[in-house]
Design a protein around this ligand. Structure first.
Ligand code: CU
Length: 103
């Protein structure tokens, strides 16, 4: 009996933990760390520059309004450099972990 209650409590706690670190959706622009908010227009020129900067070695960043977030998993956005996107993921401090990207 006690065991069953404990198991149920454990299950509840793990669900609570998952809900707490659950994903949210954020609209923004993928840019590069060098130009960051300069590329939120997402024009062809912005896209070309952002792609050039990322190729040149500056990491991709995610810009929401005037906030610039680092991207923990860079490979997840490499198809979307310079694009306006909706990212589903988790923001911790100044870094976003990307789970999915939609245009
Ligand atoms: Cu650039």
């Amino acid at each position: 009996m006690t065991k069953r209650v404990l198991a149920a409590a454990g299950l509840f706690l793990s669900f609570a933990a998952i809900a707490q670190q659950g994903d949210s959706s954020y609209k923004g622009t993928i840019s590069d760390s060098m130009c960051a908010a300069k590329h939120v227009g997402a024009t062809d020129k912005d896209i070309a520059c952002a792609q050039k900067c990322v190729k040149g070695g500056s990491p991709a960043v995610f810009v929401i309004g005037d906030k610039v977030y680092k991207i923990a998993n860079q490979e997840s956005v490499k198809e979307h450099i310079g694009h306006k996107v909706q990212i589903t993921g988790v923001i911790t401090g100044d870094t976003i972990r990307v789970d999915s990207v939609a245009m």
